[in-house]
Design a protein around this ligand. Structure first.
Ligand code: FES
Length: 119
C-alpha cells in the first residue's frame, strides 16, 4: 500500500496515510482532513475537474510514483505563475494518482523571487 506523507509547513496538516494503489491525491487529502486549498479556494474551486488550478501541491519525494501529467493538467499548470521554477515537482492533486510512496506539500507559497523565476 502506498504511503502519502503530508509535509506541509502547518503542523496541523502534517500526517502520514496509507492509500490503495491508484488513489486520487485530492480525495485522499480531503478524506484525511489535510488543508488542500488556500484561502477563498476552500469554497471556490472546481471540485476536482482540473480547471481552477487551486489544488496545486509539490511532490517533494516520489514523483516517479505518481501518474503522468495529462494534457489538461499540463495546460492548466502552464498558465500558472506558481509553476515557474517548480516544473519538476508541482502537480494538481485532483489529477494525480498515487502508485507508490510520496511526500506532498500542500498550499505551496508563490515564490516570485525563486532562483528560476526569470530564467
Ligand atoms: S480542484 Fe480545481 S484544479 Fe484541482
Amino acid at each position: 500500500m502506498p504511503t502519502i506523507t503530508f509535509a506541509s509547513e502547518k503542523a496541523a496538516d502534517k500526517r502520514e496515510i496509507q492509500v490503495s494503489d491508484g488513489a486520487n491525491l485530492r480525495q485522499e487529502a480531503l478524506r484525511a482532513g489535510v488543508q488542500l486549498y488556500p484561502g477563498i479556494h476552500r469554497v471556490a474551486n472546481c471540485h476536482g475537474l482540473g480547471s481552477c488550478g487551486s489544488c496545486r501541491v509539490l511532490i517533494t519525494k516520489g514523483m516517479e510514483n505518481t501518474s503522468p501529467k495529462g494534457l489538461l493538467e499540463s495546460g492548466r499548470l502552464a498558465v500558472s505563475l506558481a509553476y515557474i521554477g517548480n516544473e519538476s515537482t508541482m502537480r494538481l492533486a485532483c489529477q494525480t494518482r498515487v502508485h507508490g510512496d510520496v511526500t506532498v506539500v500542500t498550499c505551496p507559497p508563490l515564490n516570485m523571487f525563486g532562483d528560476n523565476f526569470f530564467s
